[in-house]
Write a protein that binds this ligand. Structure first.
Ligand code: 0A1
Ligand code: ZN
Length: 889
């Protein structure tokens, strides 16, 4: 690979500088109490903040200045202990307000003016329509007032909101409502007090015309909690699923971890303009509407699943994130990895654990493995960052969750629970580190987790190389296990990880053989966990009566790539018999990947695109096996994403990947036409829509069968999709049918009728944009540009940008990577336009350049040119600067 020379601007005073973990120092002051008053007006908001502070004895310099963070604020006044300070008594710059001469104890009163009405970044206080919403994680509070905006400063907050009563009748903030009343000019006020200490990133404020769905929940210990979901009035009929998800989450956390809710009210607010999925502000969670609103006819099964998971995630943060928070943002995975693990375990208990696990692994491999192999690779606890918002990544979240899962795999469920109990006992009310969590797990179980620390500091996806040898005469099976990890930016050499390797040995009849290691007195049945700690290690199994097929990395016991030289008959055997659903699915995927690679190679060299008979036969058996969970069958028939296939190539040729993948779809559809038709018919359901595991599973198989059948250019089959589209009583079936139709001329009429039916439902229109952005008919940028002119599209709305532009640049491999570079030009232009409005959303689009060094030479040159153009652009945000500069290093 050629080493590119960069045209990035030379380092100067304005070049954003990285922040380093090793530079952490405690804050010079701590804040005990914050009283905030917000005066909301149409054209400005006045924020009055009263801080009670004291010098932090843990700070190395006992005379250090107080330096408060602040950005884009208009300072009106500063009072220190009641005395108005003139500008000689403090220093002000674009990022901070500093006071050198500070007493050890002080009361500061600061008045600032901000402009939510023009804040398009959706960070800090902003408007969505006429309403006000806030987003403070990670560093948004400094856009509201001057503050020690860091998570290790935890204070008690009170918030008074003053606003016109007609325009903004509902006024919400954290904690409990303690008073309200009327003022002059038809304005009213509401005061909230949060009894818990919290960092500023958990502050929230909402004001506007909102409707309420109210319910109640009684905790195990008898606390009565008022549950409130606040939405735009038109959406009140789409909140029932979210409410039931809240109650399930509360109950689950009590049963599994003994954790109860701790305030009298738990509020959720849904907003259509939001940068992420949702936010766990204390007592007042703010959600993207996408993760609250669902009705059978507007939301798919996947949406219902997503809502249940995100509601759980934010609720679980109340303990893992809020009661125990992060010392600094390098520790983000402390709360995010742990909370994702908790929401995954919750979802597993609510539906099919096996399907949830496979879904999680697919996400990890498709997105996180790619991140780990690219220019933005970082450990789950990064060592440095330029913009923290760029580190809300699949690595910190999903790989972080895998790391937490490995504790449970090594310590067992009870051992993990003991570790959690000790973690809360030690750290409730504190801001701590990933090392504190690891220490709690180790101490509660008297287990050495020293080497395990490397999962926090080393980036990259380890490769686990396993070789097996059966000795029939000695009745032994020997596994040689070795591990390595590729270099990542800034980390050339890696030390061995502590890897839990869960495995079984599958006999010729498909049953698990007993497992007995040399030196052990007894065998164990089924699976067991081996601790792999060395670069190379050997495990000897004894009393192995017949030659087994090893079933390795059961339930995906570690976030690694497995290298074992399975023969095709061995894979077919595991696919048919493995008692571990993940490994069963994995065997099918390995076969599928091998054959896809063959097809991609053939497409590149102009060879024949034919499927192998043993693969087709194996898939036929899967499809005909009525004893299997239909959801598992659907997963086994799901092809890996184009981007995942791209990541398996030494040099990416997007057209060959598309051709190979399409050939597999068509080949399977032709070969298994009657089986797909039978499955479709078997799974048809005439009853009313129900979001319930069995019904969801049946729809998933039905709709994947339809997708394969629609590959065949036969009028009867196209009518099947058209009929399903016309007659569907739920969005899952309607969307699935439309997804089939959009690849054919029949799709145009369907798209038009869909758009006119759902013009007023923003989230449904997002699906309409997504479907067209992923269509393989598209191929050209012109269509996307035309869609950007549609009245339902808005460059200021993150959901719209993600649906149309994000889908195109991230998921439509062959469309985005058009050989003439038009996709890259479009991406560059669009992300520069978005960067002016919303840097966080722009930075996500910039991530579409992360694979550029692996492209074939023509596209590589085009993409590099587009990247350099972005890099040379004046006034780039820190967010986008970090992504493009790391790409060009
Ligand atoms: N803590 C939230 C994620 C989140 C992060 C940043 C945000 O705005 C910049 C918003 C939400 C979660 O994990 O759900
Ligand atoms: Zn989270």
């Amino acid at each position: 690979m050629p080493q590119p020379e960069t045209t990035m601007a030379k380092l100067d005073a304005t070049t954003p500088q990285p922040i380093q973990l090793k530079d952490y120092t405690p804050p010079s002051f701590l804040i005990d109490k914050v009283d905030l008053t917000f005066d909301l007006e149409e054209d400005h908001t006045r924020v009055t903040s009263r801080l009670v502070l004291h010098r932090n004895p843990a700070h190395p310099d006992a005379r250090a200045a107080l330096q408060l963070d602040g950005r884009e604020l208009e300072l009106e006044s500063v009072k220190l202990d009641g005395e108005l300070l003139d500008s000689s008594r403090y220093e002000l710059d674009a990022e901070s307000l500093s006071i050198a001469a500070m007493p050890d104890n002080a009361i500061l009163e600061i008045v600032t003016v901000i402009h939510p009405e023009t804040n398009t970044s959706l960070n800090g206080l902003y408007r969505s329509g006429a309403n006000f919403y806030s987003q403070c994680e990670a560093e948004g509070f400094r856009k509201i007032t001057y503050y020690l905006d860091r998570p290790d400063v935890m204070a008690r907050f009170s918030t008074t909101i003053v606003a016109d009563k007609q325009k903004w009748p509902v006024l919400l903030s954290n904690g409990n409502k303690v008073g309200e009343g009327m003022l002059d000019r038809n304005r009213h006020w509401v005061k909230w007090v949060d009894p818990f200490k919290k960092p500023a990133y958990l502050f929230a404020l909402v004001a506007g015309k909102l409707s309420l769905l109210a319910d109640r929940y009684t905790t195990t210990s008898g606390r009565e909690v008022a549950l409130e979901i606040w939405v735009e009035p038109a959406d009140l009929d789409k909140c029932a699923h979210a409410m039931s998800s809240v109650k399930k989450s509360m109950q689950w956390d009590e049963q599994r971890y003994g954790l109860e809710y701790d305030l009298d009210t738990y509020m959720i607010v849904a907003v259509g303009d939001f940068n992420m999925g949702a936010m766990e502000n204390k007592g007042l969670n703010i959600f993207n509407t996408k993760y609250v609103l669902a009705r059978a006819d507007t939301a798919t099964d996947v949406d219902f699943d997503g809502i249940e998971a995100v509601i759980a995630h934010e609720y679980f943060h109340n303990w893992t994130g809020n009661r125990v928070t992060c010392r600094d943002w390098f520790q983000l995975s402390l709360k995010e990895g742990l909370t994702v693990f908790r929401d995954q375990e919750f979802s597993a208990d609510m539906g099919s654990a096996e399907v949830c696990r496979i879904d999680a692994v697919r996400t990890l491999r498709t997105h996180q493995f790619a991140e780990d192999a690219g220019p933005m690779a970082h450990p789950i606890r990064p060592e440095s960052y330029i913009e923290i918002n760029n580190f809300y990544t699949v690595t910190v979240y999903e790989k972080g969750a895998e790391v937490v899962r490995m504790y449970q795999t090594l310590l067992g469920r009870d051992g993990f629970r003991k570790g959690m109990d000790l973690y809360f006992k030690r750290h409730d009310g504190q801001a701590v580190t990933c090392d504190d969590f690891r220490a709690a797990m180790a101490d509660a179980n008297d287990y050495d987790l020293g080497q395990f620390a490397r999962w926090y500091s080393q980036a990259g996806t380890p490769v686990l190389r396993v070789r097996g040898q059966y000795d029939a005469a000695a009745q032994t099976y020997t596994l040689e296990v070795s591990q390595s990890c590729p270099a990542t930016p800034g980390q050339a050499e890696k030390l061995p990880f502590h890897i839990p390797l869960t495995l079984g040995l599958v006999g010729p009849d498909g049953a698990d053989l007993p497992l007995q290691l040399a030196g052990e007195a007894e065998a164990v049945a089924g699976s067991r966990v081996l601790s792999v700690k060395e670069a190379s290690q050997t495990f000897h199994f004894i009393n192995v009566a017949v030659e087994p097929v090893p079933s390795l990395l059961r339930n995906f016991s570690a976030p690694v790539k497995l290298d074992f030289p399975y023969s095709r008959p061995q894979l077919v055997h595991l696919l048919a018999h493995d008692s571990d659903a993940f490994c069963r699915w994995e065997a099918g995927q390995t076969l599928m990947l091998q054959d896809l690679q063959g097809l991609i190679d053939a497409a590149r060299s102009g060879g024949e695109l034919e499927l192998k008979d043993d693969f087709v036969a194996a898939m036929r058996r899967v499809l005909a096996d009525e004893s299997l969970d239909p959801a598992l069958v659907a997963l086994m028939l799901t092809l890996p994403a184009e981007t995942y296939l791209a990541d398996q190539q030494d040099e990416i040729d997007p057209d060959a990947i598309r051709a190979g993948r399409e050939a597999m779809k068509l080949g399977l559809a032709r070969a298994l036409r009657s089986e797909f038709k039978a499955a479709y018919t078997r799974m048809l359901d005439s009853g009313a829509y129900q979001y319930e595991a069995t019904a969801v599973a049946r729809r998933s198989l039905k709709n994947i069968a339809l997708a394969y059948l629609s590959e065949l250019d036969e009028s009867g089959l196209m009518e099947l999709a058209e009929r399903q589209f016309a007659e569907a009583n739920n969005m899952t079936d309607a969307q699935a049918a439309l997804a089939c139709l959009v690849n054919w001329p029949e799709g145009d009429a369907a798209l038009a009728s869909f758009a006119s039916k759902w013009a007023d439902e923003a989230l449904v229109m997002d699906k309409w944009f997504t479907l067209q952005a992923s269509s393989r008919r598209l191929g050209v940028v012109a269509k996307i540009k035309a869609l950007m002119q549609h009245p339902a599209f808005a460059l200021t709305n993150p959901n719209k940008v993600r649906s149309l532009i994000g889908t195109f640049v991230h998921n439509n491999l062959a469309g985005f990577h058009a050989i003439d570079g038009s996709g890259y030009e479009f991406a560059a232009d669009t992300l520069l336009a978005v960067d002016k409005l919303n840097p966080q959303v722009a930075a996500r689009l910039a991530g579409s350049f992360n694979r550029w060094k692996k492209l074939e030479p023509v596209r590589r040159a085009h993409m590099r040119a587009a990247l350099e153009r972005v890099a040379a652009h004046a006034g780039l945000s820190r967010d986008v600067y970090e992504i493009v500069s790391k790409n060009l290093m």
